[in-house]
Ligand binder design. Structure first.
Ligand code: HEM
Length: 426
């Protein structure tokens, strides 16, 4: 078969399937052939140009005029007519937020909304994160066995996210189900039957977001990033628009918790599967921030991100036509030996781990990265101190099939409660 630029599609490019098992298990490994032989290729299954090398991905992130982020939250699998009818029934109108907004609107808006992310503002959340992690640990510490995803890795980041946003903490289970529907809707390949179910979830999420927003708008004051936005919307409605508020309300609940929950699960999986590294962290907690960063590089929770070419452009010798949709596999860039020495090794002493692409790069780079890092750090601090003898159980990991959000759906660990340091030395 042929790519839209007239070039033939190689067998490996034709076979590339980001919804299949190899990519879900290890996206960087699934693209090794591409990094080595064909770093920019057209995927007929996806209808996207796939980019796998570090430098190319960074160049795309750097130029957000040629490579517009407008499709970042587009449904990667076009909706069926039935699914569209469901969404219409809910008056679904998700549009631009920050992550998919073009210039100059994006920067004007981002600049208005930076205050919540100053180091002091973020540090103010640390005691709450620690209290939540401690409570969750108290609940399991005598048990000897737990699935950490089910017990705390999704719920703590969701609670922190809602608190950060100022959104009332109600119906956490439902919000989690909504988030899964949103992920499948945006980055997954649901079957025709699943599509209708997913559309129901997304439609309900949209309505829920609108209701919460209206309640918050009706209050005269409140604390949190959504309140900052509501305030800016009152004073600068052309910069922080009405549709932005509603779209953001829905998108940010997912962006602020799912990413961090999955990153934490990935980090614990990687670190616990290397007992020597884990023991290092227990002996020397000062290593934790660097270890968390290296886990974000080696096994990040966002593994691919999208752009669309606003003009014909040549990338690594491949002509991408105007309107060409691009999937940057950041997880692959993070394993590019041209930028990271021994890229497949988890090395917590690596000096350039922070160059990873898991938070994106350039003008749209993740605004919440330091909040996500802080949560990962506190999880690791509490566990290495209170359960240094934690072990990963033998298990088959499963993943929600999608291009971009990645982390195990369960993470089973065990330990001997009789060996808990706080029992020996209360
Ligand atoms: C943007 C990843 C946590 C808020 C992004 C982008 C990525 C990302 C890949 C797109 C970057 C680009 O286009 O260059 C992650 C990961 C996280 C995380 C891996 C956790 C480990 C958070 C949290 C928040 C947040 C906790 C909120 C409090 C945002 C916002 C943007 C963004 C607002 C849009 C920025 C813009 O377009 O200007 N994130 N994120 N993220 N993230 Fe995160």
């Amino acid at each position: 078969s042929m790519a839209p630029n007239g070039c033939p599609v190689s067998p490996q490019a034709a076979a590339f399937d980001p919804f299949g098992r190899p990519y879900q298990l290890d996206p960087a490994e699934a693209l090794r052939w591409s990094r080595e032989q064909e770093p920019v290729f057209y995927s007929p299954r996806l209808g996207y140009w796939v980019v796998s090398r570090y430098d190319d991905i960074k160049a795309i992130f750097r130029d957000n005029l040629t490579f517009s982020p407008s499709i970042a939250l587009e449904k990667i699998t076009p909706a069926s007519d039935e699914a569209l009818a469901v969404l219409k029934r809910y008056d679904y109108g998700m549009n631009r937020t920050l992550v998919n907004e073009d210039e100059p609107a994006h920067m004007a808006r981002r600049r208005e909304l930076l205050e919540a992310f100053t180091p002091e503002a973020l540090e103010a959340h640390a005691p709450m994160v620690r209290r939540l992690v401690r409570e969750k640990l108290d609940a399991i510490i005598d048990r000897g066995r737990a699935d950490l995803v089910a017990e705390m890795f999704w719920e703590v980041p969701l609670t922190v996210a809602l608190h950060f946003l100022g959104v009332p903490e109600e119906d956490m289970e439902q919000l989690r189900r909504f988030s899964v529907a949103h992920t499948l809707n945006t980055w997954g390949r649901p079957s025709p039957e699943q599509q209708v179910e997913v559309a129901e979830g997304v439609g309900k999420f949209w309505q829920y977001s609108g209701e919460v927003l209206r309640k918050m708008q009706a209050r005269s004051e409140g604390h949190g990033w959504m309140y900052d936005m509501i305030e800016k919307n009152r004073h600068k409605p052309d910069v922080v628009t009405d549709n932005y508020l509603h779209s953001m309300m829905m998108a940010i609940i997912v962006a602020a918790h799912e990413t961090t929950a999955l990153a934490t699960a990935n980090a614990f999986r990687q670190l616990l599967s290397r007992p020597v590294v884990w023991a290092d962290l227990c002996d020397n907690p000062a290593l934790i921030p660097a270890a968390a960063e290296e886990c974000l590089r080696h096994s990040g929770s966002v593994v691919a991100w999208r752009r669309i070419a606003t003009r014909e452009v040549s990338l690594d010798g491949v002509i991408i036509p105007e309107g060409g949709k691009i999937l940057m596999v950041t997880a692959s860039g993070n394993h590019d030996p041209a930028h990271f020495e021994n890229p497949d090794e988890l090395d917590i002493y690596r000096d350039n781990a922070v160059d990873h692409l898991t938070f994106g790069y350039g003008s749209h780079q993740c605004m919440g990265k330091n909040l996500g890092r802080m949560e990962m750090r506190i999880f690791l601090e509490e566990f290495t101190r209170r359960l240094p003898h934690l072990e990963l159980e033998e298990q088959e990991f499963t993943f929600l099939p999608n291009t971009s959000f990645r982390g195990p759906e369960a993470l089973w660990v065990r330990w001997d409660p009789a060996q808990n340091p706080e029992r020996r030395d209360p």
